[in-house]
Design a protein around this ligand. Structure first.
Ligand SMILES: *Cc1c(COP(=O)(O)O)cnc(C)c1O
Length: 357
């Protein structure tokens, strides 16, 4: 199987080997040590400011998006949500469910967020901002520094969903002033799904430990309190946390976050160069490194996904909703090489020879 989706993605052999081991009991100093190592490397790779903390959550990243909305905001807030696709829209729905007063800045699919558009909301007493730094559904990368300046100027609590951007696109939590960064195990961390990670800057730590949340499982104050001893309140996905440990150390040994980001960028560039020969169009104004959304000019996007899967054992990522038949996505994250790109391009050329494109 060759997997170009945006999660789960291809794992390295070492990460897969850990997945084949017995899962150990976890209320031990050994497992706490694994968790402390995970925390240190996450803080380092996120370029988090001093005093930041990490919450390892056993849920998919939508669970962490929800936990952050519940723990960081309440009905006294006024939140600006950037909605440029299905992940932005998920934040809108979470604000609706949890009765967080909010305003939606809607962008067309594939459109980037300009400074002009954002500053239409300047000086309007917003208290927070929610954004997906890579809106993975359309592959648009937003400018975390530009948005950070806006938040600082307006004294807004700044939440970055970096689920697919972390380790794929440059992101400096301290520099851009993000209060919260969220990512997940099955994106660039290239582990199985099941763990999502929330990095909280000091202002966020202070907020979640002083505000009350009406939830047992999603109580981030409780999660952080347990993490002081390298533990979680409830049984976590122990096996995946051990795989994350292997993966984080792999990245560190290869040169750290910037090297991994450069690797993903080169993987994307190689694909975008090779695919120019085919009858496809790019659809994103400001493309993120992790994924390339592609519009087939002559064929149905979902059918291409099905044929590649069934006839070639290659998985690309179909789109949902109203882009299902017009756009598919090719991921550049996980254990993939430039030769893998060539294999995919050759399969597409073969489809073209058979008049399937
Ligand atoms: C993948 C992703 C998520 C989370 O999806 P889950 O299915 O809950 O893991 C959230 N935001 C973005 C931007 C993503 O790419």
């Amino acid at each position: 199987m060759l997997n170009f989706t945006v999660g789960p993605v291809m794992c390295s052999d070492d990460v897969r080997a850990v997945g084949g081991e017995q899962v150990p009991y976890f209320r031990t100093p050994e497992f706490s040590n694994t968790m402390f190592e995970n925390e240190q490397l996450m803080l380092k790779f996120a370029k988090a400011p001093d005093g930041s903390r990490v919450a390892f959550m056993t849920n998919s990243s939508t669970g962490s998006m929800e936990a952050v909305v519940m723990n960081c905001f309440d009905d006294s807030d006024k939140v600006l949500v950037i909605d440029g696709g299905s992940f932005g829209h998920r934040f809108v729905e979470l604000c609706e469910i949890h009765d967080i007063p909010h305003t939606v800045l809607r962008l067309n699919h594939g459109q980037k967020l300009t400074k002009e558009r954002l500053y239409e909301y300047d000086g309007q007493e917003f208290t927070g901002l929610l954004v997906n730094i890579d809106e993975t559904s359309t592959g648009v990368l937003y400018d975390s520094e530009m948005i950070g300046e806006f938040c600082k100027k307006n004294n807004m609590f700044y939440v970055c969903d970096c689920v697919s951007a972390f380790l794929a696109d440059p992101f400096d939590m301290a520099n851009c002033g993000a209060d919260v960064m969220i990512t997940g195990s099955q994106k660039v961390l290239a582990c199985p799904p099941g763990i999502s990670i929330i990095v909280l800057a000091p202002r966020a730590v202070e907020r979640v430990t002083t505000r009350k949340v009406k939830s047992m499982y999603f109580d981030l104050a409780d999660v952080l309190k347990n993490m002081e001893r390298g533990q979680t309140p409830f049984t976590p996905a122990v096996g995946i946390l051990r795989q994350i440990n292997t993966r984080l150390k792999e990245i560190e040994a290869a040169g750290g976050a910037d090297v991994e980001i450069a690797r993903v960028a080169a993987q994307a560039e190689d694909f975008r160069k090779k695919i120019k020969e085919l009858p496809f169009e790019f659809v994103s104004e400001s493309p993120a490194n992790g994924v390339t959304p592609v519009h087939p000019v002559n064929a149905d996007a979902y059918e291409i996904f099905e044929i590649l899967k069934d006839e070639y054992n290659i998985w690309i990522c179909p789109n949902g909703g109203d882009m299902k038949n017009t756009v598919f996505r090719v991921g550049h994250i996980g254990h993939l090489s430039h030769d893998d790109n060539t294999t995919l391009i050759n399969a597409l050329k073969d489809m073209m020879d058979k008049n399937l494109l």
